[in-house]
Design a protein around this ligand. Structure first.
Ligand code: FES
Length: 433
């Protein structure tokens, strides 16, 4: 631990602590939720009823149930009882679906005054679940800036002051990840939620969910919290929420796959001999470690613009990973493709901001000019057209991304010009049908 971080930790004062043991999940449920009241500094367990499970519906029903236990018709966004509810659905607690680790967050919004829900990636939801709780409800307001630490390794939940940590989310996430990790592997089992300065000064604060990117060796953020949920978080004087998961790796595993037969490519793509050597080199780069098959497939996708049958066979053979797992991964994540993608990928944003600014017309126009539908690749292999959710540049809506180039305020009549700006093909990536 760096000395700065050591100093920061020393400055913490524990206000409340509770011991707990993680529980085994039953059909994806821990069957209890954690309620935290920052005003009274109390921590307590609440039972999950069968009715809550019936209401689960994508996680939202679960959160709403928790929320309606707390609010009344007089509750407004900055009332102490306005809860922030964070839940993870049953899938977040199973290893059957790679990447299903979403977190649902709800609170009464400072922007709309109504219940706002949001869902976000990262590992907070599943870590919370593996730590032994289906959801967390945070109510009340702390008197001073605090962090809530759920440490499933030590078996403690604490509310602590955190006077020295940064306010900016990316920094506080880095600091807390560093602070609670005993080693490099441990960093991957820590997820932090924080809201930064924007949330202090506006009603539009977003909530940032961090996870440790081991390749870049830094905590990275996923953002959620439409409607100013980050502002509610900061209004509670909550600097961050940390979950340290038990030593379960975040690399999702599929023990068996009942859907593998549904995920075959429409056409079998194979690769030539020199390329198979290259794919073997990719697997060697990761020491043939099955833990890193997602990274191997990422490298294959980047190099060949698709995951061929040959690549699946080689990665499977060299890492001992069942092919069904690899097909499952290659078909679950949008960034993978079993069919070759075009040299240039055109992404047309269909997110809310772009939608209201006429994204549908832009997409129509691309489809007409390229002669393909969204999700398809042009016959000459030059372009793949994709309709995607928010590209993170909403102020430029409607937004189109061509390769790495972002085009904002796009009009239907700009489409041909944008396509013409595509770089010439730079690399091969031969594929043999
Ligand atoms: S909605 Fe299109 S960039 Fe955000």
């Amino acid at each position: 631990m760096s000395s700065d971080v050591k100093q920061m930790r020393k400055a913490h004062r524990v206000l409340t602590t509770m011991s707990f043991s993680p529980v085994a999940l039953e059909r994806g449920y821990a069957n209890r939720t954690l309620r935290v009241d920052l005003s009274t500094r109390t921590l307590e367990w609440r039972e999950v009823s069968e009715e809550m499970k019936r209401l689960w519906v994508g996680g939202k029903g679960f959160d709403l149930w928790l929320m309606f236990q707390e609010i009344s018709e007089n509750t407004v966004w900055d009332s102490p009882e306005n809860p922030i509810c964070l839940s993870s659905g049953p899938l977040g607690g199973t290893t059957s679906f790679p990447g299903s680790g979403k977190t649902l967050v709800t609170a009464l919004s400072p922007l709309t005054g109504s219940v706002m829900d949001s869902n976000v990636g990262g590992y907070f939801g599943p870590f919370m679940k593996f730590a032994g709780m289906d959801a967390i409800t945070v109510v009340g307001k702390a008197e001073e800036q605090v962090v809530l630490i759920i440490d499933a390794v030590a078996g403690t939940i604490t509310i602590e002051t955190a006077p020295e940590e940064s306010v900016d989310s990316h920094l506080v996430c880095e600091e807390l990840t560093e602070m609670y990790a005993d080693d490099e592997l441990d960093r991957r089992n820590i997820a932090v939620v924080a809201a930064g300065r924007g949330a202090d000064h506006t009603r539009m604060g977003i909530l940032n969910f961090s996870f440790y990117d081991w390749r870049r060796q830094v905590a990275r953020l996923k953002q959620s919290g439409r409607g100013g949920i980050g502002t509610v978080f900061r209004d509670k004087n909550l600097k961050a929420l940390v979950v340290k998961n038990r030593g379960i790796t975040p690399a999702w595993r599929i023990a068996e796959s009942k859907v593998a037969h549904l995920t075959r490519p429409s056409k079998i793509h194979t690769q030539c001999l020199s390329e198979t050597e290259e794919i073997k080199d990719i697997a060697a780069r990761y020491d043939y470690d099955p833990e890193y098959v997602i990274e191997m497939l990422e490298d294959v996708q980047e190099r060949y613009r698709h995951i061929s049958k040959t690549a699946i066979d080689i990665v499977s053979e060299m890492t001992g990973t069942p092919k069904s797992w690899l097909y499952h991964i290659a078909t679950f994540y949008k960034s993978f493709s079993l069919d070759p993608k075009g040299e240039t990928i055109i992404q047309v944003c269909m997110g809310t901001a772009c939608h209201v600014k006429g994204a549908a017309r832009i997409l129509d126009s691309f489809e007409r000019v390229l002669g393909v539908k969204a999700g398809q690749t042009t016959g000459d292999g030059r372009f793949s057209l994709e309709a995607v959710a928010c590209l993170g540049a909403c102020s430029l809506a409607p937004v189109v991304k061509l390769g790495e180039e972002v085009h904002g305020h796009v009009k239907a009549q700009d489409v041909e010009k944008i396509i013409a700006s595509a770089p010439e093909a730079q690399r091969g990536g031969a594929t043999h049908a």
